[in-house]
Design a protein around this ligand. Structure first.
Ligand SMILES: [Zn+2]
Length: 401
């Protein structure tokens, strides 16, 4: 019988944020964890499979797949392109969301700054939530492995309705919840607490703001309370707390105007603009090189070629995420993206994992090896605590010494 595990995931907590978290900062292990190049979606897949992006295949939310596109029903309406406008795209997304079933974190997001004409080419790369069975076709997650081994787990803070994140941590009747779950009144092998609050408040106020500090303090106190309750039930309970990435202060720049000034019309070809990436699909290689040279000449970021992407383990076997990937470096973030207008965005992530501010954290009551930890180490580490064996050949490894 292995010790129960209290596993806490905190979206967007950078290492410097621990200054406001005395309980977490006081644990045996307080380390940095290297993030992936991309956003939370690729981080989650790495954390829960133990594989890097080029092997688990999840990189961005939006990908090109005309055959699976939830918007393929819009194909006959392409003639409406001349009157393309935002309310039309929002209405089409709203209708689509009604009949395309997804349980994923992002669902089918509203398509904001993106041409009507190209909507039927867009697909979402995930349709399920990571704790659900078969989250990924490419590899089982730690949750799949727990299910297969008959280990119980409880998820706190991810409810669709009702309190989420910090509110759920503070509200969850610590002992009653732990006692209620699991077989025969035993606590589950793993309680997984999820909070996106630190990420949200950082985006809106910057990570060093009073607002962000306050959220970090409250989360620290809530985890301390949850852990104390878990240890009262079972003194051998182990704590693991980690985050997927840190945050960077940013200023907004309009992608369409910026690149138009350098002779690149983002609307000419299929193009998805995320917070700090522009992904294009340009079939003609000569034109692709020409556009790449122009994007590079702007001087605010760079086109990531194959070797660069391979270095970050983000070189994909096909062009579902684009065949021209432009990375916008800090301190800039795009205003008009497929997601919206980024109004009020003052802090962001998705920047190079090499920046220290991009690091997440890895904290535990257990000691770890003296090496650089990475997100793909999370699943093997949890498996190690749970007594689950993991197959050989994963990119990550258990962190424990
Ligand atoms: Zn975020």
């Amino acid at each position: 019988m292995t010790a129960p595990v209290l596993a806490v995931f905190l979206d967007g907590l950078g290492y410097d944020g621990l200054a406001d978290m005395p309980f977490l900062a006081g644990q045996s292990t307080v380390r940095r964890i290297r993030t992936e190049l991309g956003y939370s979606i690729t981080c989650h897949a790495s954390m829960y499979t133990g594989l890097r992006p080029d092997r688990h295949g999840l990189w961005f939310v939006w990908q090109r797949d005309a055959g699976r596109s939830p918007f393929r029903w819009l194909r006959p309406f392409r003639w409406l392109d001349p009157v393309d406008n935002l309310p039309m795209r929002l209405a089409a997304t709203k209708i689509t969301r009604r009949f395309v079933r997804t349980t994923s974190w992002f669902g089918i997001p509203y398509v904001v700054n993106f041409p009507w004409r190209d909507m039927p080419q867009l697909d979402v790369s995930e349709r399920r939530l990571w704790p659900e069975p078969h989250y990924l076709a490419t590899a089982p997650t730690i949750f799949d492995r727990m299910r297969a081994a008959g280990l119980e787990f409880e998820i706190v803070g991810m409810e669709r309705r009702g309190p989420r994140g910090l509110a759920a941590f503070e509200e969850a009747p610590t002992e009653a919840t732990a006692a209620g779950a699991g077989v025969g009144g035993n606590p589950p092998a793993l309680r997984y607490l999820f909070a996106g609050d630190i990420d949200h408040v950082s985006h809106a106020h910057r990570r060093h703001s009073d607002e962000a500090r306050d959220v970090r303090r409250r989360i620290d106190a809530a985890i301390e309370r949850q852990f104390a309750a878990a240890r009262r039930r079972d003194p051998s309970t182990e704590l693991v707390v980690w985050s997927d990435h840190g945050h960077h202060d940013v200023e907004r720049v309009d992608p369409f105007e910026t690149f138009a000034a350098h002779g690149v019309d983002l609307r000419r070809q299929l193009t998805v603009v995320d917070t700090n990436f522009v992904r294009m699909w340009i079939p003609d290689e000569r034109r692709r090189r020409e556009v790449a040279a122009r994007l590079d000449a702007v001087g605010i970021g760079r086109v990531m070629d194959e070797p660069a992407l391979a270095g970050y383990r983000c070189a994909m076997p096909d062009d579902r995420y684009g065949n021209l990937i432009f990375y916008l470096d800090r301190p800039r973030a795009f205003s008009r993206t497929i997601w919206g207008f980024a109004r009020g965005l003052v802090s962001a992530h998705g920047y190079l994992p090499d920046y220290p501010e991009s690091d997440g954290v890895f904290i535990s009551t257990r000691g770890v090896e003296d090496r650089q930890l990475q997100l793909a180490d999370v699943a093997p580490s949890l498996a190690g605590l749970l007594g689950l064996s993991m197959p050989a050949g994963l990119d990550g490894a258990a962190a424990w010494d």
